[in-house]
Design a protein around this ligand. Sequence first.
Ligand code: ADP
Ligand code: ASP
Ligand code: MG
Length: 401
Amino acid sequence: MSLIVQKFGGTSVRDAERVMNVARIVTDTFAQGNDVVVVVSAQGDTTDDLIAKAEEINPKASRREKDMLLAAGEQISIALLAMAIEKLGYHATSLLGWQAGFETSSAHTSARIRRVNVERIREALDKKNIVVVAGFQGISRRGDITTLGRGGSDTSAVAIAAAMHADLCQIYTDVEGVYTADPRKVENAKKLKEISYDEMLELATLGAQVLNNRSVEMAKKYSIELEVLSSLAKASGTIVKEKTKMEKMLISGVAKDTDVARISVIGVPNIPGIAFKMFSKLSAKDINVDIILQSIGHDGKKDISFTVAKSRGKEAVAALEDYMVSHGAKEVLYDDEVAKISIVGAGMESHAGVATKMFEALYDAQINIQMISTSEIKVSVLIDINDADKAVKAIHSKFFD
Ligand code: ADP
Ligand code: ASP
Ligand code: MG
């Protein structure tokens, strides 16, 4: 007998028919003699709808209240799925995050899981129940409901798999696995049989929505192999694990991130300490900076550009504007009509010319590059947001056609 954790995302539980579909998958797994813990997300666009409701009433609502609201989405899903399982003649117990033992930090709307006390889940499994857990949520030490950040149900599933030493952790979604690019945007994207944690972590961080990056981080930390597969089609999915058989692929995928804004501080004095002072202002506000570009100084002045998440963009400008101008800068420019396109692959460590190939694809498509950043296994470029989809297609066909 094995312990299997199965996670189903929003589209997989969108309506009654889909909930029944999920109930059949989990009861089949149970009927084969396994213990089953199911983690579910809110139905369809529920989380977006709840966010819109909050915006309508108070765009500046506190994060605590946002969490109180958002956690409701998953509560609906667990109850409905438990009812569907009962209808098929099996026993089910639904548990909210706190009931399932999810203790988190108190960073509302992006809380981190501290530990999972799995006794309650174990008890229910021992009584031959299928356990249905609300993803994306937990409870802080103060006893307040928290959420883990968008896409957080993946992390809930991996956390349970880790805490219970599960034999298998399956992430069911609305595509058949992890592809070389978003299969909804790039027609000839190829499904990967397997991908390493490191590559998957980069892809997830750089915009491939299919797995939440924290879930991959946690899977790597606890050596949990993940299987990403479709809840709708019976097909083999993608295995995410430490080492993959070396396939002859230069890169494993192309990702797009449109949650980026570029800030340029123009004409700052070309003297020591300027970058330090500038970025201290941002770190004091917990604003993460991504790509940084500094021009060569001329006439005693230089320009420094960098990117931040769009959601923090205006705040970053506000933190810098007066301060930098009082330190001699000419102006602070802001542009959130940009996108970050990245290629990821362990192959580029041992092969020259991978970045060049990417730049050639962009040149062929006549797309201008605004910024570039690289690491051992990735190359990212910042471009105009209107060119984003075209760029992904051009780069993908350069490497995979
Ligand atoms: P769920 O609701 O199941 O959590 P998500 O919407 O969060 O599903 O993630 C699945 C979506 O991720 C797919 O529908 C697909 O459009 C998108 N996606 C982006 N990049 C990739 C990729 N490289 N491989 C697979 N899917 C991707
Ligand atoms: N329902 C949450 C969201 O939409 C969590 C998840 O789907 O993983 O972000
Ligand atoms: Mg998701």
